[in-house]
Design a protein around this ligand. Structure first.
Ligand SMILES: Cc1ncc(COP(=O)(O)O)c(C=O)c1O
Length: 492
């Protein structure tokens, strides 16, 4: 399968640093040192092995060169995922818009087939251990004890002023230039996107989306009788702005709904220059951009990527996000900054659900006020990056050769392209019997492309249970591939 012998098998002259590097390489490949795990500091290793600091440093540098570990600034050395599989290419969806008919029957969470999940790679909802539940619980009970009147209050439709102020203030970090009054609090990002679609489209309109695209978006398009135009998307750099330019020439596209930061399921991140061109293009053509920035906080390294909204000078971008993935999935608190559709959105929010629970909004606002959010996010990002690296390494160890894998620089979902001919709906039917769930590729495309693809969500701390589940998925995929080969070889 996956050839990692370059890292383990080669013995160089027996210098002390080569010996140490070899020992560590063996430990990594045997899984005794796990992806994302921190190596002992140079000083500690030097004391443990009675080697000089420079010898240990040389060994670490060698492992870094071999792609087995990586240095993280001011933190130390960590085991890195192997990078043997090629990345999937730019996608090539059909060039014509299509009506959306989603396939809930393939999605066990909706079709009720989830009796006994042992390993959940299916839902993009992080494990409860990732959230500061006790702090939230304490705040929630303090607020309801001291302000019981909130339990009897509908609240104001655009949202709690304190929370809206925090959202606007936090956006300053990426150059967001809007006021608290511009923020409308919603029931999660889903309500935000729903309201945006209702504001700027009518049944029969065409909406440009990434390809593959989040299936929740496809379900929304279906329910509003909107047509989807899938735009070719690169797993690393996001939608092709050139393709979008061509697709929007004839005036058929009435809105674009995109995730420039760590899209779901590809995990791609549009470079700033592409975001700027995207915003300018759509503004020139008077096509509103509904931007889903749900995963923007999940960068693994460096700085928070700027949303496309940062390049918006005319209010043509409607920015949607929530605290679902970052803080409190159960609160269902999200928001939208709707630019020039603000009044329309306020009206729609009023009609749709009037307001979002004031108690929950206030709890989040107090959590932000207390200053623990950034610390929590830093911890969360580290954990998620480690989980993703472990998932990617396991896939590369156990999936069939010729698999393609995108390892994104943010988020916690992996997009895997299996060899052509493997049907991942069939793979799911087999794996679900063993309690292993993932999302098959077909779910993410109205044209039912991506039959040989799957999305793996790395939602919890990686353990041998996950490792074995990926190994089993790899075996099941290989078996499907072998069956297919047998079918295509004519009998002698
Ligand atoms: C891309 C994307 N947008 C929106 C949502 C829904 O967000 P929320 O849970 O805040 O409503 C999800 C949930 O998984 C998602 O993946």
């Amino acid at each position: 399968m996956n050839d990692l012998s370059f890292a383990a098998g080669r013995r160089k002259p027996d210098t002390l640093y080569h010996q140490l590097a070899e020992d560590l390489a063996q430990a990594i490949l045997a899984g005794r040192l796990k992806c994302g795990e921190k190596l002992p500091s140079v000083r500690k290793m030097s004391a443990q092995r009675q080697l000089s600091l420079s010898t240990v440093m040389e060994a670490y540098r060698e492992l870094e060169d071999r792609g087995l570990i990586e240095a993280r600034p001011q933190s130390g050395f960590y085991v890195r995922a192997a990078t043997a599989f090629a990345t999937p290419a730019l996608t090539q969806p059909p060039q014509t818009p299509s009506s959306v008919v989603t396939q809930a029957e393939y999605w066990p969470y909706q079709s009720g087939q989830i009796a006994d999940i042992k390993v959940n790679f299916g839902l993009a909802i992080l494990h409860p251990d990732h959230f500061p539940l006790q702090s939230l619980q304490r705040l929630l009970s303090q607020i309801s004890r001291h302000e019981p009147e909130l339990l009897a209050d509908y609240g104001t439709p655009p949202g709690d002023p304190e929370l809206r102020r925090h959202i606007a203030r936090r956006a300053l970090a990426w150059g967001g230039q809007f006021e608290a009054e511009d923020v409308i609090v919603t029931h999660g990002c889903l309500e935000a996107i729903n309201l945006c679609l209702r504001a700027v489209t009518r049944p029969g309109d065409v909406v440009a989306i990434e390809s593959p695209a989040y299936f929740g978006v496809l379900q929304m398009l279906e329910s509003y009788q909107l047509k989807a135009l899938e735009i070719p998307t690169h797993p690393q750099t996001g939608i092709s702005v050139e393709a979008l330019e061509l697709a929007t020439r004839n005036g058929q596209v009435k809105a674009a709904l995109l995730l420039p930061n760590f899209s779901n399921p590809l995990g791609c991140l549009m470079p700033d220059e592409n975001k700027r061109r995207l915003v300018e293009l759509l503004n020139e053509r008077n096509i509103p951009l509904i931007e889903d920035d749900l995963y923007g906080e999940f960068f693994h390294h460096g700085e928070r990527p700027r949303p496309a909204k940062a390049f918006d000078k005319t209010g043509n971008v409607m920015l949607c996000s929530s605290f679902t993935k970052t803080l409190a999935p159960g609160f269902r608190v999200g928001w939208v900054v709707a630019g020039r559709w603000r009044r329309e959105l306020e009206k729609l929010k009023f009609i749709n659900t009037y307001s979002t629970s004031t108690l929950l909004q206030k709890t989040i606002a107090r959590f932000l006020e207390n200053g623990g959010y950034d610390h929590h996010l830093r911890k969360l990002r580290r954990a998620v990056a480690d989980q993703l690296a472990c998932g990617a390494a396991a896939i590369q160890r156990y999936f069939p050769a010729e698999t393609r894998l995108n390892i994104p620089v943010g988020g916690f979902v992996l997009w895997v392209e299996l060899p052509a001919g493997i049907n991942t709906v069939e793979l799911l039917q087999r794996s679900i019997g063993e309690g292993i769930v993932f999302a098959p590729g077909e779910l993410f495309s109205p044209s039912r492309s991506y039959r040989n693809c799957l999305r793996i969500c790395c939602i919890e701390t990686w353990t041998t249970r996950h490792e074995r589940a990926i190994q089993r998925l790899g075996q099941l995929a290989q078996a499907l591939l072998d069956e297919q080969t047998e079918l295509t070889i004519p009998a002698a």
